[in-house]
Structure formats: structure tokens, C-alpha cells
Design a protein around this ligand. Structure first.
Ligand code: ADP
Length: 365
């Protein structure tokens, strides 16, 4: 005969995918009832509209159903009370080694981000955000856990590219970032604004405050890579962001009409100053393919991205054409659906770089 203890043991194997701990350990299993072959389990979620509630419920149902043949398993979802949430954060605080008196963000301590890649450009409009989104989407397709932090507070376009406009929810473990169609976690100042067209004109200290908050108070959970879309230019704004986050590598986006030379030089200096490697250069809008004859035209002349990459001892990751399909998908909020052979090379190099970095918690900065 099945007993309650066996059901709880089965539920111990059900993980909250966001937190990476068992739902039993987190105190999310509020009730287990076994009457003959009927099993009822009540699971209390951290927030009412937890995006992963379906995953947790299905996993729990499968694990319990596997205990014996012919079980009638009923999973009921509820939301944690304030007291339950407090108990959970206390448990996690204990596990993270943060004493009750200790200052600092618990969320930051729970985040485990393996690698941070910053995407920068010399000026706006060269496709920096688009390239950042394509990198994130490509790595997500590999099955990696990916987040995008839109640090371009002066023109935050990341949510639009991913078709995300849900306001972030405040959960017990921090701000919960909305998740894109393909599962990329997104955080942007734009998601916090009441009016999306509100221009954000902030000075350095404010920008750095917001970015630090995006790093420390957003519950990213376990991420393989966080792609950071930096503000354009190599002036204060970009520098501030670089100083606020533990960046592992920088990808520079240029276009042939850009003064790539100067941009890469400045970026290289900045990266060197910050002791961060330049992982490579993406030249965007390099050429256009005639839809009729298939001929390749370099509308802005041949760029010098390859020469730059050599000079600064880094790689030319990709040369992307002007592609109406990419522009259409960006406008439709479906950048994740774009795949291109040209961009594959960039992803390949990035995968190799990512293998070499060590795991870090988000509070370690
Ligand atoms: P930035 O972040 O450098 O300011 P964005 O990534 O926002 O630039 O791109 C500006 C615009 O150009 C967007 O509307 C985007 O859809 C479009 N775009 C970028 N790259 C391409 C490309 N290779 N082909 C077609 N459109 C592109």
C-alpha cells in the first residue's frame, strides 16, 4: 500500500527549475493525501502566475504516478502565504551561507551566472541590439540557459526584439524576469516604464545604479550566459556598465560605414583597462544580396573589420548582410526565429570562449 512518505520521497526529486532546488526542500509541498490509490498533492508556488507552474505540476504528477500502477494523481496548485515565503527565503539564506545579520542581496547570492558577455558598438543604429539578441537566441537554441540584460538604458530595444512586454513580477527571491518564446530571460528598463516611448535620459550614476540592480536584484537563477546589451559608444555610459558587472568578454558590432577603426581602438583600450578580453567583431550590414540575380553588393564599400580584428588580435566573428527578413522578424518581436549561416560562425567561436570561463554568483561584484 502506498504511503505519504513514499509520495514525499518522490516529490523530493521534483526541482523548481528556477531555483534549482527540490520543491520539498523549498517548502512548496503544502499537503499530501493518500486514500487507497488516490493521491492528492497541493503545491504552493512562489508567485501566482509562475511561468513554470505547468512544468512543476507535470513533473510532480509523473514522479508520483511512477510509484505504482493505476494511481489516480491529482496535483493542485496554490500560492505561498507570506509566512511560507519567509520560511523559504530563510532556508535559502541559511544554505547560501548568508547570516541573518549579513548585508547584501540574497537574490545576488542565489544567482549563479557562468559567463557574462557584453555587446558594444561605437554608435547607435549599427545593429548592436540585434546582434546581442541573435547571440542570445543562438546559444539558447543550443540548450543553454540564457538571459539578456538590456543595459542600453538610452534606447532599450531588447524587449521589442523578443516580443516581450510583460512587466517583471516581484517574487520572494527578487524581480522575476519575463521569459521569451524560446525561454530567454529578459530584463530591461523598458519593461519597468509605464509608457514605452518614454525616453530615458540618465546620467552615469543613475545608469550604474539601475544596472547594478538588474544584476543583484533580478532573480536570474542558474544561467550559462548573460548577454549584456551595452549603451552605444565607448564613453561613460558603456564604461559605467562594464564597471558594474563582471564581464568576461566583449563582442564589438560595427558596420562598414562606421569608423570601425576608432571604435575598435577605443573599445580595445577600454577592455584592456578593465582586463576584459575582446572576443571578436561582428560586422553588420556588410553587404546586400540582390533578390533577383543573387549578386552580392557592398553598398557602403568594403569595411575593414577583418583588418581591425587582425590589428587588435581578435576574431572577425561574422559579416552579416542587410536582410529584410531579419528586419521583419525584429519588427514582429520574433528575432529568435532568425537563423543564418553567416551568424553560425560567430556562435561557434562564442561557444568555444564560453567553455573557458568560471562560474560566478551575481553578488561577487
Ligand atoms: P543598435 O542597437 O546598434 O542601435 P539595432 O540593433 O536596434 O541597432 O538595429 C537598428 C535597426 O536596424 C533595427 O530596426 C533592426 O531591425 C535593423 N537591422 C539591424 N541589422 C540588420 C540587418 N543585418 N538587416 C536588416 N535590418 C537590420
Amino acid at each position: 500500500m502506498l504511503n505519504k512518505k513514499q509520495v514525499v520521497q518522490a516529490l523530493e526529486k521534483v526541482m523548481d527549475p528556477e531555483i534549482g532546488r527540490s520543491i520539498v526542500e523549498l517548502g512548496m509541498v503544502r499537503e499530501v493525501k493518500v486514500v487507497g490509490s488516490r493521491v492528492k498533492v497541493v503545491i504552493a508556488l512562489t508567485i501566482p502566475n509562475c511561468p513554470l507552474k505547468g512544468v512543476i505540476a507535470k513533473d510532480a504528477e509523473e514522479k508520483v504516478a511512477a510509484l505504482a500502477d493505476g494511481l489516480d494523481v491529482q496535483i493542485e496548485l496554490s500560492t505561498m502565504t507570506a509566512e511560507e515565503k519567509k520560511r523559504m527565503t530563510d532556508t535559502l539564506r541559511g544554505q547560501s551561507g548568508a547570516g541573518a545579520q549579513e548585508q547584501g542581496s540574497l537574490t545576488g547570492k542565489l544567482n549563479r551566472v557562468k559567463a557574462v558577455v557584453a555587446v558594444m558598438s561605437g554608435k547607435g543604429g549599427v545593429g548592436k541590439s540585434t546582434a546581442a539578441a541573435l547571440l542570445a537566441a543562438g546559444l539558447r537554441r543550443d540548450g543553454l540557459r540564457v538571459g539578456v540584460l538590456d543595459a542600453d538604458v538610452t534606447g532599450p530595444s531588447i524587449p521589442k526584439l523578443f516580443g516581450v512586454d510583460d512587466a517583471p513580477v516581484m517574487g520572494p527571491l527578487g524581480i522575476v524576469p519575463p521569459i521569451s518564446e524560446q525561454g530567454v530571460k529578459i530584463m530591461s528598463i523598458n519593461l519597468m516604464l509605464e509608457r514605452k516611448d518614454e525616453a530615458v535620459i540618465w546620467r552615469g550614476p543613475l545608469i550604474s545604479g539601475a544596472i547594478k540592480q538588474f544584476w543583484n536584484d533580478v532573480f536570474w537563477g542558474d544561467l550559462d550566459v548573460l548577454v549584456v546589451d551595452l549603451p552605444p559608444g565607448t564613453s561613460d555610459a558603456a564604461l559605467t556598465v562594464m564597471q558594474s558587472l563582471p564581464v568576461d568578454g566583449v563582442v564589438i558590432v560595427t558596420s562598414p560605414q562606421d569608423l570601425a577603426d576608432m571604435v575598435v581602438r577605443k573599445a580595445a583600450n577600454m577592455a584592456e583597462h578593465m582586463k576584459v578580453g575582446i572576443w571578436g567583431i561582428v560586422e553588420n550590414m556588410s553587404y546586400v544580396i540582390c533578390p533577383h540575380c543573387g549578386e552580392r553588393y557592398s553598398l557602403f564599400g568594403e569595411g575593414n573589420a577583418a583588418g581591425m580584428a587582425r590589428t587588435f588580435n581578435t576574431q572577425l566573428l561574422a559579416q552579416l548582410p542587410i536582410d529584410p527578413e531579419l528586419s521583419r522578424l525584429c519588427d514582429a518581436g520574433q528575432v529568435e526565429r532568425y537563423e543564418s549561416a553567416e551568424f553560425e560562425g560567430a556562435l561557434e567561436s562564442l561557444r568555444a570562449k564560453l567553455k573557458g570561463v568560471a562560474v560566478k554568483g551575481s553578488s561577487e561584484h
